[in-house]
Design a protein around this ligand. Structure first.
Ligand code: SAH
Length: 218
């Protein structure tokens, strides 16, 4: 996508900052950031801040995640072309669009509990003519069994513990990434193996809005 000059400069600065702080190290993720411009996913009132490395309000008291967190999570998830992906917490649809770019021939299912945000994300995805993301209204703490199993599952809201249905809906050798904790969360990357669930990475001090629902915060 061709980006207007004022955004292009801000995007270049953001990428430079994320590279220097090592929140962005993978060229494929940089290409995804360049092809899925964040300003398309922020409300008009926030356009001036679209390329700040900060979360921004969208609606319903929710936020589009901070770019550095999205780049790190996307890198950890290590998406390959053709994979079947589940995202919990669509919000603006920006993370969904980045995943869709990386899986390319594959599909992204993204679950959101607010109807207004389902519509917001769908409209944003349409602007970029993205066709391989299905945004579904529902309780993502239950996963989405209709399209399971998934090669990758990402939760973009804070879990008190990893919802069991998500682990069940993960393919063998699949990866699941979620922020887990109460006030502050650890990003936890798990792999499902023949021998059980193995923790691959764990890093503390992230803050997400809470995951609600049956297997979320009550
Ligand atoms: N990935 C988003 C940021 C999401 S913020 C982006 O790129 O913009 C977390 C989102 O999770 C919010 O939109 C919130 O409404 C949603 N959420 C919280 N609990 C949920 C649940 N149980 N099921 C589905 N969505 C949920």
């Amino acid at each position: 996508m061709k980006i207007e000059k004022k955004y292009q400069t801000a995007l270049n600065d953001l990428i430079c900052h994320l590279r220097n702080s090592r929140f962005l190290t993978d060229d494929r993720v940089e290409t995804a950031f360049r092809n899925i411009p964040r300003h398309v996913f922020v409300p008009e009132s926030e356009l001036d801040c679209a390329y700040y490395n900060e979360p921004l309000p969208i609606m319903k008291n929710q936020t589009i995640s901070q770019p550095g967190v999205v780049s790190r999570m996307t890198e950890w998830l290590d998406v390959k072309n053709g994979q079947n992906i589940l995202e919990i917490g669509t919000g603006s649809g920006w993370q969904s669009a980045i995943l869709s770019y990386l899986t390319d021939q594959g599909t992204v299912y993204s679950i959101e509990r607010h109807p207004e945000l389902v519509k917001f994300a769908q409209d944003n995805l349409k602007k970029l003519k993205i066709k391989n993301v299905h945004v579904i209204l529902g309780d993502g703490s239950l996963g989405y069994s209709k399209a399971a199993p998934y090669d990758r599952i990402i939760v973009t809201a804070a879990c008190t513990e990893i919802p069991l249905p998500l682990l069940e809906q993960l393919n063998e050798n699949g990866l699941l990434l979620a922020p887990v904790g109460d006030e502050s969360q650890s990003l936890i990357l798990l792999q499902k193996t023949a021998k059980g669930i193995v923790e691959i990475k764990n890093q503390s001090s992230y803050v997400f809005v809470p995951l609600l629902g049956k297997f979320g915060k009550k």
